[in-house]
Design a protein around this ligand. Sequence first.
Ligand code: ZN
Length: 466
Amino acid sequence: MTNPYRKRRGPWIDLLLISSIGFLGAIIVYLTVLSDNPIFPPKEETAAEDNFSTISEEQSIFPGVKIVTDISNDEKMPYAIQYPLTEYENFNEAVTTYIEESKDYYISMMRLQQNLKELTGELNISLETFEHDHYYSFVLTNKTILNAEEQQTTIETFLIDNETGELFDIRTLLNEDLKSLETFATHVQSELLKKGAYKDYILKEELAYATQPKWRLFKRFALKEDSLIIYFNEGEVTEPEAGLPTVEMSLSFINPLLASDFQIAMQAGETILPKNDNDPSKKRIALTFDDGPHPEVTKQILALLKKYNAKATFFMLGSRVQYYPGLAREVREAGHEIGNHTWTHPVLTKMSAAAIQKEYESTEQAIVNAIGENSTVFRPPYGAINDSVRKLIPCKTVNWTIDTLDWKHRDPEKLLPKLKEGLHNNAIVLMHDIHQSTADGLEPVLAYLQDEGYEFLTITDILGYH
Ligand code: ZN
């Protein structure tokens, strides 16, 4: 028997199939068009280093920010890197310099192990972006794996005011206030100690070091809409197993410490209390040494400071740092502070703005070349300063409160009596590490101050008590 309905149903099914294929096709076309989101225009290849790597640039959802993706599938040294670019040259330069350095390090280390049978290296730099008003924080997580034994993860942050193009840092955030920094640093330390996840991994000495109230120690952070995250590297304050420690705090909690630009509308709630550590019985002094470094005298002074466990500040001349970069590095590595004291030691108040800037900048360059970081304070030669000079110098300018006149009497016997004449708490003492007589007379000074119970601080540290 034949079913009379079967023949009739045939064309129906065909029609149904054809129309559903057509419908699905339309959906696919529609989705393809939709996914071609105007925020993400199609990738364009801008460069190719070799057969393996592709670099692409695309607009991000953050206005003015482009994301660069650089990937190499070279199986001997694969990498995947992501980083941001903005409309601002200074920012782009800072980021690309960091990226190039990370890449160069990885590639050169991988080349060294080319003869190994099994290469297991990988470089991965990933990007996270946070927005707070017109401030962007870019957090780069850099995972460098050289082989099974050698690998490390580090964090680098780049912070920009996207309205002005200026980079900002923790100084900007805390309004350059050292008291605020102290309170802030203490809070970060106690938060790390409190967190259960890090409890068994805390490295006590490292943590105490990394959370001292020093601007340079809080370089890595991100500003979110209503909180702040501080980052530490693997192994920096905890055992490496604990990963990358972070401390996040709400902006409302630290509101009293923030520069007005970063303060947020406050609701009632708990806020941090400024640290009250002005123990009047505590004695502090800052020893400073100008006009060096000197290959003999500075070395002798360093040895004496070490003997008395004293920290000091060295205001160096760029023209001398240029000749003795290793010495400058030694000073810094011993934990002393390095200040900028110009290149040629001129009376700045008699100079043009351009000449003053050149004195400062060239010396900064020499210092950066020597120690890998900028100076933190400035002292004008002869103490000669006025408002127009001050405006041209981008960091704190600091003179002294006691002049030992070591440059004049050149007599080791007179160093201590001169200091005693003017001695007071939180004093800043002027000496010079280019005179042998100063090195010769320094030990009695250190011994006396130590007996009197003085703590020896750097300039930046003592300014917190001024
Ligand atoms: Zn000087």
